[in-house]
Write a protein that binds this ligand. Structure first.
Ligand code: URA
Length: 448
């Protein structure tokens, strides 16, 4: 028993038996775990084993919405918060729950900035089959993502948007808990995911938060109903904390864009911003930006926001903001004019063609992400280094007709063996149907 009157085994048992903990008890538990990690000799130290047992009890028995809210506050209070009040204009943040070929940040951030919104976006790295915005940006020669809080604010003020790594001082408790959840099979809890995501968004300080909750085989949430529940909980936490908050539910059964791999995805985003918006990746980025603009600015509804953003995109304004952001972060801004020459290129390229004719029935996002990661584009452990040049350039999507011999993918690999393995694996994972397949919807729902 400690001065606060809590005993760790009793709190774990409460969760194991389906009980509910309040914010004080959760705060005590989490700060005790952080103290234990830092080696502080305090009577409240919570061991890794105890925290793992608590998380697993919660994952199995379920956390309540009140616990998710309380845990979010505990996580936010564990570190510093960004103060964006000095920025001129409304502030928006966006977050995706993680997908494959998902370059929406590189499109939506400069697009929102072009419309007068300020965006300080703290992003993550890829892990497992999912890609990470920081890895994508770092494929641009010279670009820095480790910016100080002063640098973040300066770039956001000058350019309108900045995309960088989360500082160590923001939500340290989420980082510690996430690392433990990752190795104890306790990631897949709606309440834990919602509090983890929303703690980072609340600490990042934006007045409006747009979430892109992915649903499908390549996402944490296997179907649209589960994603809607997560989206609803996130929005409730955001609104409860006094922010404007909206969540899109979008499909992640197949990769969103055509590039899967860091430099390939940057090149795709530059190409997309060089013409009027077209395709599924552009559609999701546009909806994220329109939701953010209409909530942040108050003088425009969703349709008006979308119209304005399409106009700005087509006029090249978002590409120009991206160019200035890359330059402000030390990167080679020529990437926005000549991506093929500036970005690293893989030494081996291998085209793969369809063996049979029909309609593409499935390009499974998780398997494609794992294939790109196996080529070197992703990591299986946090300390792994990614190869910026390798990956897959998809030429078909679900619903496309193919003939025998139609090019379906180009593998970008470090050597011939890796290209052979990836090409053979892609042939196995691509499903082609004799019957016509309608292209599936990408935007599944909007939760406000
Ligand atoms: N992304 C996060 O930031 N946290 C989670 O728990 C899951 C996905």
């Amino acid at each position: 028993m400690t001065a606060a009157g809590y005993r760790v085994p009793a709190l774990i048992a409460t969760k194991r038996d389906g009980g509910e903990l309040d914010e004080e008890a959760l705060g005590w538990l989490v700060s005790g775990y952080l103290a234990g990690l830092e080696g502080d000799a305090v009577d409240a130290a919570v061991s890794e084993g105890q925290m793992a047992a608590f998380l697993m009890a919660g994952v199995v028995r379920g956390f309540t919405a009140a616990e998710a809210l309380a845990l979010t506050h505990v996580l936010v209070d564990s570190g510093e918060q960004l103060d964006l009040s000095g920025l001129d204009g409304p502030t928006v943040d966006k977050h995706s729950t993680g997908g494959v070929g998902d370059g929406t940040t590189l499109l939506a951030a400069p697009l929102l900035a072009a419309a007068g919104v300020r965006l300080v976006k703290l992003s993550g790295r890829g892990l497992g089959h999912t890609g990470g915005t920081l890895d994508k940006l770092e494929s641009i020669p010279g670009l820095r993502v480790d910016l100080t809080p002063d640098e973040l604010l300066r770039v956001a003020a000058e350019v309108g948007c900045v995309v960088a790594a989360q500082t160590d001082r923001l939500v340290p408790a989420d980082r510690a808990l996430y690392a433990l959840r990752d190795v104890t099979a306790t990631v897949e809890s709606t309440a834990l995911i919602a509090s983890s995501v929303m703690s980072k968004k609340l600490a990042s300080g934006a007045g409006t938060i747009v979430l892109d909750v992915k649903a499908g085989s390549g996402a944490f949430m296997p179907d649209a109903d589960a994603a809607r529940v997560l989206a609803g909980l996130c929005v409730r936490i955001g609104v409860g904390a006094g922010r404007r908050c909206v969540a899109l539910v979008t499909a992640m059964d197949q990769p969103l864009g055509t590039g899967v791999g860091n430099a390939l995805e940057v090149a795709e985003c530059v190409r997309l911003l060089s013409a009027p918006p077209a395709g599924r990746l552009a559609e999701v980025a546009l909806e994220i930006a329109a939701a953010g603009l209409s909530h942040a600015r108050g003088d425009v509804d969703l349709d008006g926001a979308r119209d304005e953003l399409v106009r700005r995109w087509a006029a090249g304004e978002a590409l120009e903001v991206l160019r200035r952001m890359v330059a402000a972060q030390g990167g080679d801004a020529e990437v926005c004019e000549r991506p093929g020459e500036v970005l690293p290129r893989a030494p081996v390229r291998r085209d793969v063609t369809a063996a049979a004719g029909g309609w593409v029935a499935s390009v499974p996002a998780r398997a494609v992400g794992e294939l790109a990661a196996a080529l070197g584009a992703g990591r299986t452990r946090k300390q792994d280094r990614v190869d910026p040049a390798v990956g897959l350039q998809l030429h078909v999507a679900v619903g496309d007709p193919v003939d025998p011999g139609t090019r379906v993918v180009t593998v970008h690999a470090r050597d011939e063996d890796a290209a052979d393995r990836a090409a053979a694996a892609f042939v196995d994972l691509l499903a082609v149907s004799d019957a016509e397949i309608p292209p599936p919807a990408t935007l599944l729902d909007v939760v406000t």
